[in-house]
Write a protein that binds this ligand. Sequence first.
Ligand code: DHB
Length: 311
Amino acid sequence: MKKIDISTYINKIKLTSCIMNASGALCTTDKELSDLLNSSSGAIVTKSCTKKPRKGNIKPRYFEWNIGSINSMGLPNLGIDFYLNFFQNKKIKKPIFLSISGLSIEENFFLIKKANFSKKITAIELNLSCPNIKEEILGNNLYKISDFLESIFKFNKKPLGIKLPPFFKEKHIKNISLILNKFPIIFVTCINSLPNGIFIDINKENTVIKPKNGFGGIGGLIIKPFALSNIRKFYTFLRKDISIIGCGGISSGKDIFEHILCGASAVQIGTQFIKEGISVFDRLKKEFIIFLQKKNYSSINNFKGKLKNFQ
Ligand code: DHB
């Protein structure tokens, strides 16, 4: 039987497996990050961090049902120093993506500068899309985003990518791509959760999470069609050296195939990782390899981005 290779590159960063965790999913504490270091995930993304530790929103703030999840975590994290220190004295065999989500433009500058000093951080995933905090950093103001990136790349030397919210119109994806294409960004991660959904407990006739009157970011299986459409559109509009990391609704090897067929170079697992725990990476890897065997593909380059129109 042919050997199946599921390694990949995110720009020039090599991953031995194209499957990693999504930021926010079991990647906040020492124990969670240690489990990820010892797992078969191809890379690690940390919980989006701020300058100071944060407790986050009041609980319950996460809920899942058969086909989705809702969260309004409010950026609970141990502060950037914890994440930089955690990796400092560890033997590390895979790329580390530090997710940052400052509450202001200045805080993001500070966090990026700090990450630049750490040799153990492979790349920064700049999260511009947290839907659960009051502060809206840039919104959809393209001038502000452009200025912001211009300032960042005056000093930043670390490989840097951006985590994007879902977009629902082609012109929005086109416009943001035109801006991103002007900067030396090495990847985009799409998509973050669909903002401000509601899930209802019909017996109690109430919402299932407490913060923000029950409004929260929706993830899991039900968002997969939107993840796929965003990946597909960004794949057509972004510079070819900007890799896409697909995120949204993956719970099987077949889902990974779909993300890559749309143009993703790697994928992140959020809701399903929280549901299933650390063994999800072994299971998905196995399922994905068996799926590729059946399709007679030996590496992801055989089909990446090659989605065809209906015929
Ligand atoms: C949180 C949620 C997000 O979707 C995100 O991108 C960052 C932070 C949160 O609520 O903690």
